[in-house]
Design a protein. Sequence first.
Length: 254
Amino acid sequence: MLLIMGLGFQLIHWPEGFCRQLAAEGFRVVRFDNRDAGRSTHLPGRRYSLDDMADDAVGLLDALGVDSAHIVGASLGGMIAQTTAIRHPRRVRSLASLMSTTGRRGAGRTSLRVFRHALARPPRTEEEAIERRVRVFSTIGSTGFDQDLDELRRVSALAFERDPDARDGRRRQHRAVRAAPDRTRALRELTVPTVVIHGTEDLMCHPSGGHATADAIPGARLELITGMGHDLPPGAWPEILRAITDNAGRAEAQ
């Protein structure tokens, strides 16, 4: 099961406990840093596309000697996961698209309340990076579940240590998102078992993005999680894990 994280985020942002619970279901769980994030290759001055990032994911499967995998993507990772299924359908056993959208204009729009964080100056120290992340998730995080602030601070410190210049890479990833076409028509051709998971309180990617994704993919199941925002709160794990594993089970049954 290949997990693909979102814009500017790193493999460590897939919570360790979440991954262990997936592994306990019998999956070999793989996390990785997208290009321009974490300890992966950074590409200053370069432009690339979601197609390139999807090909990165398949390249990783090649390197691991994996013919096909269950693909799970969150936010930008959901866009990459969708694109992987479009470009490399035989490599995808099942698809789980979390807190993401299709690229259709107006679907999954970001709340104006989020943009003020994008205008803040980049953090210069670990402490600034931690406090900035806490402020961001006070806006985009879940309202219906408790946030583990100690864990948020711990992971934010580790993320800064792994990639102190993350802002530049995040900008290049964002350009790839903005340049991407609407995937709706291509998603209608998919036959892979799909689950779409979205929080009802997501301000970063409005739930309309989840609805658009589920509407586009034939047979896709939509799981709306009440009170979840643009994060993975432990209280929502049972619902998320059940949806992902049930969808993977549909694929294995086929």
